[in-house]
Design a protein around this ligand. Structure first.
Ligand code: SAH
Length: 239
């Protein structure tokens, strides 16, 4: 079965947007994955097609109605094995391992909030798992959903040019990626580290490993601590 993202949004015209370009776009065009953007407003029932209302208890902004959103979720007829996500700054911070899990399944339903968010009751009644893309507030869930989908799609079989290019990169082992270089050999007086042009694959691998570890230690002590510091592999900077 083809991996599929079903997105519930008030702005279906935002899709595929950036997901229709480059790697994800080519894969979409060739049927390696599917995207369905459904308009939440199609499930509105009153004559003004209203989807939101003022917050109970007062305060600024508007809240997406539970009844309209529940009807939109039900109309999407999502099979029970697919994750049901709500993009939300209160959610579990998205990580590469969560992405890998979503990519390995048959693809999520993703609800995009707008305004001040969604009525709490629909989150509970439809068992939505809240997922955040970071500690900042977007104006809607669409860009967050695109980030999640893009991260998943590039892991789908056949999407990345070289099967292995997902193996080495940032977070794949709880490490940030080592620095990359390409031609020209010299740029504004800066060369490429000698080891990388030595042709010695073992030395190259050891250098990259050491750089990745050093970068992770200094930039992301949280990631470094989470993986329990250095594991086994010989490194040239650890002494
Ligand atoms: N009042 C809310 C923010 C609403 S922002 C609060 O303070 O928590 C409107 C919508 O944008 C949200 O419902 C959510 O779907 C989306 N959104 C905003 N920031 C996000 C983030 N960091 N991660 C995922 N979705 C986000």
């Amino acid at each position: 079965m083809t991996w599929r993202a079903t997105v519930l949004t008030l702005f279906p015209e935002m899709f595929p947007g950036p997901l229709g370009v480059s790697l994800a776009g080519k894969a979409l065009a060739s049927g390696l994955w599917e995207l369905e953007a459904r308009d939440i407003r199609a499930s509105a029932t009153d004559k003004h097609r209203s989807v939101d209302d003022t917050p109970a208890g007062g305060g600024p902004g508007m809240v997406l109605r539970a009844d309209v959103l529940a009807a939109a979720i039900d109309a999407a007829e999502i099979s029970p094995d697919r994750p049901r996500l709500l993009m939300s700054p209160r959610g579990r911070p998205l990580t590469q391992s969560m992405v890998a899990e979503f990519a390995a399944g048959s693809g999520p339903l993703i609800v995009c909030g707008r305004f001040e968010g969604v009525d709490q009751r629909v989150i509970e009644a439809r068992n939505l798992e809240e997922v955040s893309v970071g500690d900042y507030v977007l104006s809607g869930g669409e860009i967050a959903a695109m980030a999640l989908i893009d991260a998943c799609v590039r892991l789908l079989p056949g999407v990345m040019g070289k099967q292995t290019s997902g193996v080495d990169e940032s977070f794949s082992e709880g490490l940030l990626e080592y620095p990359q270089f390409t031609r020209p050999q010299e740029f504004e007086g800066r060369g490429i580290p000698e080891i990388l042009i030595s042709g010695d694959h073992a030395k190259v691998a050891a250098w990259r490993r050491a750089e990745a570890e050093a970068l992770t230690r200094t930039r992301r002590p949280d990631l470094w601590a989470a993986r329990g510091g250095q594991k086994g592999t010989k490194s040239t900077t650890d002494g």
